[in-house]
Design a protein around this ligand. Structure first.
Ligand SMILES: [Zn+2]
Length: 483
């Protein structure tokens, strides 16, 4: 920012002091002629987007005290209360169903910590790395284990008790778990009551098991194993064992989206809204991890939530509110499968046909090398939103661009997808990279570049402005309309 204008204002006030009457007339004339009305009206708003405030917000959201904001968890609930308080302080109206909130009661399932017994009847206790998945029922077994090959369809085998398999290809931990879950369905049909999976001690499934244990998770039927899966160090077919495995712990919890509305100033256009969002949840606590146990999710996505809160402050500080309304919102359950945004899209508090666009903010805290202050948008070719926002941001020195690798790849990977699925223009805006701390315990706020974040939020503010004022309206690309 340049401050030439304010020097001029100081001079004007000196003249004003010396020649009160003449000076007043002169000063008014100067104001009309010289002052940049755009910059003047934005001054208070831009002042709200400052680095100390950005750092204070993101460091709170990513603090250990909020325990990684898991879905569901007390830390997540406190974080959503904080979002509501900030919306309130900014001067927004509650936009949820229950005040600021759109609540949802969910069924939960918890992988128990401990309680596993595995012994060789001849040789005493056998090493294991804990449960990767628990079943609905407790398993008690004494006898010999049969071996299976996971790649097989198990069409020939019939089992009566637990089976043992040796895992060969780990792949990515999540994909791996999905493959195992599919295998357990087939195994159960073949009569198996548990899967004992032999893994090397550096296998990613062990870290995954540790991160899941003791945490209430959304009981998502598609992600649940049909039988318990225990990770073991060594076990051969035919070994006589005694085995005791606890069942998953079922419960219920309440989660919520948090919604605030900045009502537009134009009687007609205020019925339309831009929905600015980010996901508040992250991966919670890794109960069994050694050392740091908290998935702070600083970049993913405390940074995006900080963007939403700061933009709410900035837009609400305008001397005249934008003509269109702006709905600010944070979601639950993105990491569990975009669940909060799906809930909203199925049951919107602002009509989807009056929703101009969803601007979703994801990971703006850690730029790629050489890209500080620059923003990329996912799904660039799906609508002209990127171009419209880039043009507006450019007037203030900002860059919004199509990332050669991630823009297409990540279009369906975040909450904007829930809007797109309902025919609403929706994109995610990121100014980050898929760094080594992504989805790790080490995604800490101290690693964020808060000056970069602050700049990015300012450019998003400028980028959204013409759309908020009804000067431009994004439309889907011709290609997309034809689909
Ligand atoms: Zn995320």
């Amino acid at each position: 920012m340049k401050f030439i204008e304010s020097e001029r204002l100081v001079k004007n006030s000196l003249i004003l002091a010396l020649f009160p009457i003449v000076g007043l007339i002169f000063s008014l004339a100067v104001t009309v002629q010289d002052a940049n009305p755009d910059r003047d009206s934005l001054r208070d708003s831009l002042a709200r987007i400052n680095e100390p405030s950005v750092r204070a917000t993101v460091s709170f959201l990513a603090s250990n005290e909020l325990g990684g904001r898991g879905t569901p968890s007390p830390g997540f609930t406190i974080a959503s209360r904080y979002v509501a308080s900030r919306f309130d302080a900014a001067g927004l109206e509650p936009g949820g169903i229950d005040g600021w909130y759109q609540n949802r009661e969910i069924e939960t399932s918890r992988l128990p910590v401990g309680g596993v017994t595995l012994r060789s009847i001849e040789g005493g206790p056998l090493d294991h790395f804990g449960l990767l998945a628990a079943g609905r029922e407790r398993v008690e077994f004494s006898g010999a284990v049969a071996e299976v090959k996971l790649a097989d369809e198990f069409s020939s085998g019939q089992f009566d008790g637990p089976v043992v398999a040796v895992e060969t290809d780990p792949g990515g931990a999540r994909r791996y778990l999905n493959n195992i879950i599919r295998a357990t369905n087939r195994l159960k049909q073949a009569g198996a009551t548990a899967l004992l999976l032999v893994v090397p001690e550096d296998h990613p499934a062990i870290a995954l098991a540790q991160s899941q244990a003791g945490k209430d998770r959304v009981a998502n039927p598609g992600q649940q194993s049909a039988i318990p899966v225990l990770l073991v160090r060594e076990l051969k077919a035919g070994t006589e064992i005694s085995l005791s495995l606890p069942s998953a712990v079922a419960g219920v919890a309440v989660v919520r989206n948090t919604i605030g509305v900045l009502r537009g100033s134009d009687p007609e256009l205020s019925q339309e809204a831009i929905v600015v969002t980010a996901h508040l949840d992250h991966l919670g606590i890794a109960e069994n991890a050694i050392g740091d146990k908290i998935y702070n999710g600083a970049d993913d996505d405390a940074s995006g939530v900080t963007g939403v809160l700061t933009l709410a402050d900035a837009f609400a500080a305008l001397p005249v509110r934008p003509k269109r309304s702006i709905v600010f919102m944070t979601f639950w359950g993105e990491e569990s499968g975009l669940l909060g945004s799906r809930q909203y899209a199925d049951d919107p508090t602002w009509p989807l046909e009056k929703t101009v666009a969803n601007v979703n903010i994801e990971m703006i805290g850690r730029p790629e090398a050489g890209a500080a202050g620059k923003i990329w948008m996912t799904g660039w070719t799906e609508s002209d939103l990127g171009t419209l926002m880039a043009d507006a941001a450019k007037l203030h020195g900002g860059t919004i661009f199509e990332h050669p690798k991630y823009s297409a790849m990540l279009y369906g990977s975040s909450d904007n997808r829930s809007f797109v699925n309902k025919g609403v223009i929706g994109h995610s805006f990121s100014a980050g990279s898929l760094h080594g701390d992504y989805h790790q315990l080490s995604d800490e706020w101290e690693k964020l570049e808060t000056a970069h974040m602050t700049q990015v939020i300012q450019y998003l503010f400028h980028g959204i402005m013409p759309m908020a004022n009804g000067e431009v309206t994004p439309k889907p690309s011709a290609e997309r309309r034809d689909r």
